[in-house]
Design a protein around this ligand. Structure first.
Ligand code: ZN
Length: 264
């Protein structure tokens, strides 16, 4: 048996890019994919919430499906199949219902919805774990910056992170890094907005492509390079154009457009 035969199946070698929380924002997604391509990176992992909130659910799904090698299910993707949306904020609920109708009107709409709601909740590839929310609650649980001070919670979360590896998540739309035993650090607290992992266990939130909420309206995503350095990237796109299109759809709350301009 050659040494190659002993490699874990489905290995994912850097460089690769990570995107999350696209939320039907096509101009932001296109700008991010253009930046990924300009870096010569081919492999892209999507951590979910492809749809919900924005005006282009079908086009965003088409692009993610064509370009991403791993796609994780987000809570908004999952909600397309839910009968009861009572646990969602009214403006999110209305956006989900509008999104579902948009997809049902598209070619192969029912199949697309079926695919989205059946996306995997997690993927573990070698030393990387990919989730939407958190290692403990892969689809629904929010891991907010302040949670990094909760030692019992962090112990439960890190127990699910591969040894010497990293869990990548999204869901809060707030990018940053939690190295085991340390507090949450936003990208701007890292030297050069990047971090060398050095075999340390970490939970890394890659931020949001389509609806950033960290006060910076630029689209956010992350890359992992061959030296296991994780870098955060901020990309300009036409947020005003997307805002205008959201304001033109009565089922989409105007706040969903306005917040894109402020990044909160
Ligand atoms: Zn989201």
């Amino acid at each position: 048996m050659s040494s190659d035969d002993k490699r874990p199946r489905g290995s994912l070698k850097p460089p690769f890019a990570l995107i999350s929380d696209i939320h039907s924002n096509l101009p932001a997604l296109e700008a991010v994919f253009a930046d990924i391509a300009a870096r010569g990176i081919e492999r892209v992992v999507c951590l979910g919430d492809i749809v919900g909130y924005g005006p282009d659910p079908f086009a965003c799904w088409q692009l993610v499906r064509a370009r991403c090698s791993i796609i994780i299910r987000g809570n908004h993707d999952q909600a397309l199949g839910a009968k009861d949306l009572g646990n969602f904020h009214p403006r999110a609920r209305s956006a989900i219902e509008w999104t579902r109708n948009q997809l049902l009107d598209a070619e192969y709409g029912p199949e697309i919805i079926k695919t989205l709601i059946n996306l995997p909740r997690t993927a573990k590839v070698g030393k990387y774990l990919f989730v939407h929310g958190s290692p403990v609650g892969p689809t629904m649980e929010y891991l907010l910056p302040g949670d990094s001070y909760d030692k019992p919670l962090m112990a439960r979360e890190f127990a699910r992170v591969p040894a010497g590896g990293v869990a990548f998540n999204g869901h809060t739309h707030i990018p940053g890094v939690i190295i085991k035993g340390s507090r949450f650090l936003p990208p701007e607290a890292l030297s050069g907005e990047k971090i060398e992992l050095l075999g340390r266990q970490a939970i890394i939130n890659v931020g949001s492509v389509g609806q950033p909420r960290d006060g910076n309206p630029q689209s956010c995503y992350a890359t992992v390079d061959m030296g296991d350095v994780v870098s955060f990237h901020r990309i300009d796109y036409d947020a005003e154009g997307v805002c205008k299109r959201i304001l033109a759809v009565k089922e989409l709350d105007p706040f969903l457009g306005q917040r894109l301009l402020a990044g909160y």
